[in-house]
Write a protein that binds this ligand. Structure first.
Ligand code: SF4
Length: 370
């Protein structure tokens, strides 16, 4: 292939440049000044609070984050307490929020920030070197907490810009995210903290995903090309979703007197180091569940079915059957026939609630503890 032809092909593949109209930032900032939601981390945008809230808000709704944020700040109010916290306390504070590596990375980042900088650094270039901080979070913390003029491009921002400019490129590509970030730089400099929060706020409350933008109340509708074309729902252009893997399992609430068996999950892999219940890797019907427990060496009084349930992770679905099995006697873990995971313990409901971080994947069965 000639050099000229290969350059033409490269140019054809490059995303079209994005240009944000000059009137966008003033219109948006005025709207944000009048409509910003009151959120616990906005009252007092200290770097530590902004950072923790941004990590919690990844993949999680604002309303779900609020109580977690408040509890987290009560127990671990600063970088030092987070850096020194016991892992099980940290995971307990995160219980139900999902994506538990976020919590572990928060702690690693706190330790690294204290040892290298004596606190959270203020530039996006330094922040991005800490565990769990990507380009979006680095931009958000640097601009909101430190007033640095850097953009923060998350899914909300990409959606707003794609609709505003009727941009038909693939917004999941890093090159497009970079192009959007560059296009936003002239707008960000006016007021970095307010501008970045305003675009995200517009995406979160007005320019909504899934076919529901509220264009009638949008402060930038007269600038919006998708709106002008009557084609808001055609943007952003979506690539086909990957099919999730389905894993079937059966969860057992093994009860003896007022205690139930719980076990710690392995230190690596999905939900690493969190707690769960004894389970089998198959979806068992009632008679199969009874045989399975017998095979493991349990003597049961009753085995009763619990609700079937489903939990969706980003890449996988768990389809679960559940059974409550009341044991005649407490198993002898020294006996060879008892094949439970190492570290299985029988605890009361109160002990489980106080000590064990049980992920929301088990919610249907956690609710059945008694
Ligand atoms: Fe989004 Fe509608 Fe506003 Fe355009 S006019 S930015 S589609 S809410």
């Amino acid at each position: 292939m000639s050099e000229r032809m290969s350059k033409e092909l490269r140019d054809a593949a490059a995303p079209a440049p994005i240009e944000i109209p000059e009137e966008f930032a003033p219109a948006l900032l005025q709207w944000y000044g009048e409509n910003a939601r009151v959120l616990p981390w906005r009252d007092d945008p200290q770097p530590y609070k902004v950072w923790v809230s941004e990590i919690m808000l990844q993949q999680t709704r604002v309303e779900a984050v609020k109580p977690y944020f408040q509890r987290f700040m009560e127990v671990l109010p600063d970088l030092e307490s987070l850096a020194q916290a016991e892992e099980q306390i940290l995971l307990k504070l995160w219980e139900g929020l999902g994506y538990y590596n976020r919590a572990r990375n928060l702690q690693k980042a706190a330790q690294q920030a204290l040892s290298e900088y004596g606190g959270l650094p203020s530039t996006a270039e330094e922040l991005i070197r800490l565990p769990g901080i990507g380009p979006y979070t680095a931009g958000a913390v640097a601009s909101i907490a430190f007033g640095r003029p850097v953009p923060a491009v998350d899914g909300n921002v990409l959606r707003v810009v794609a609709r505003l400019m009727a941009y038909d490129g693939d917004i999941s590509k890093d090159s497009v995210k970079k192009g959007v970030a560059e296009a936003l730089v002239p707008s960000v400099v006016l007021d970095p903290a307010a501008f970045n929060q305003a675009v995200m706020e517009l995406g979160a409350t007005v320019c909504l995903p899934n076919g529901a933008p509220k264009c009638g109340g949008c402060p930038v509708r007269r600038l919006c090309l998708a709106h002008e074309m009557g084609a808001e729902l055609s943007f952003p252009v979506k690539k086909a979703k990957k099919v999730r893997k389905i894993q079937q399992k059966t969860i057992f609430l093994l009860e003896f007197e007022n205690r139930t068996a719980v076990c710690r999950r392995p230190e690596s892999g999905l939900l690493a180091g969190l707690w769960g219940f004894p389970e089998s890797d198959d979806y068992l019907e009632q008679d199969e569940a009874e045989l399975y427990l017998e095979h493991l060496g349990f003597e049961t009084e009753t085995v009763l079915p619990l609700k079937k349930s489903k939990h969706i992770f980003s890449h996988m679905e768990w389809h679960m059957a559940g059974y409550r099995a009341v044991l005649r006697k407490l198993p002898d873990f020294g006996a060879r026939r008892i094949l439970l995971p190492e570290g299985t313990v029988f605890l009361t409901k109160e002990e489980i609630e106080a000590r064990c971080a049980l992920p929301s994947a088990y919610k249907a069965y956690t609710k059945e503890l008694r």
